[in-house]
Design a protein around this ligand. Sequence first.
Ligand SMILES: [Zn+2]
Length: 261
Amino acid sequence: MDDSDRLINSEAYVITQTDYGEADRIYTIFSRRNGKIKALAHGARKSKSRKAGHLQPLTLNHLMLAKGKTFWVITQADTLNPYTLIKNDLKKTASALYVFELVNRFAPENEPVIPLFQLIKESLDRIEKEDDHFLNIKYFEFRLLKSTGFMPNLVDCVQCGEPIQPQDQYFSAEQGGVLCPHCGIKGFNARKISLPALRYFRFIQRSPYNELQKARPTPEIQQEMESLMLYYLTYITEKGFNTPVFLHQVEKIFKKKDSNE
Ligand SMILES: [Zn+2]
């Protein structure tokens, strides 16, 4: 056993935390080197705990961990980026929490998914800088699906294999992609997908982020894309998501505020 099996020295984000025993806390963290792991912080619930001060959600930390009997144990934590701009803005907070909810649902435990760490970091940096998060979140969702092996097929009909024609189609989460109109009406719990939404999904699927900013879908198409993506992600993880509801409530508040000004 070399040191890398017993020690972790890595950048990491806190995803969730739960109280443990009298004074301890167990954190689910996502680390650059080891992916998603569970780690114990001794005394984290004591008011004087220096470690707990750093181990906040939506914070990038540098962590040192040592292998314990059951859990990794956090021996040192230092904040690298507190993302203050995100924490001070409800809309940005909602988007960032959604990113971590997806990471928690999709990332396997104790398995490094190296591109995912970089993707989280880039997405949070964009949430911090930009105000419209639609493209950033859709880009994140597609890259997450790719790195975890769930990228939907949007090019050929997943049932008959015929290339998809430029017209309205169907999308089936169960089948993992688009269905031509002929196969779509046969069922597979397929939902309709309009041609503009399909085109834009394909554009996001194949383009680097800076290319995406050249074309923005209309609010109606954005809504259609959001609802289809939620249907697909929910099917894959077999659970409803909490943060999109929160995200929409926040957006409604902001729209009301804008129209009152
Ligand atoms: Zn077909």
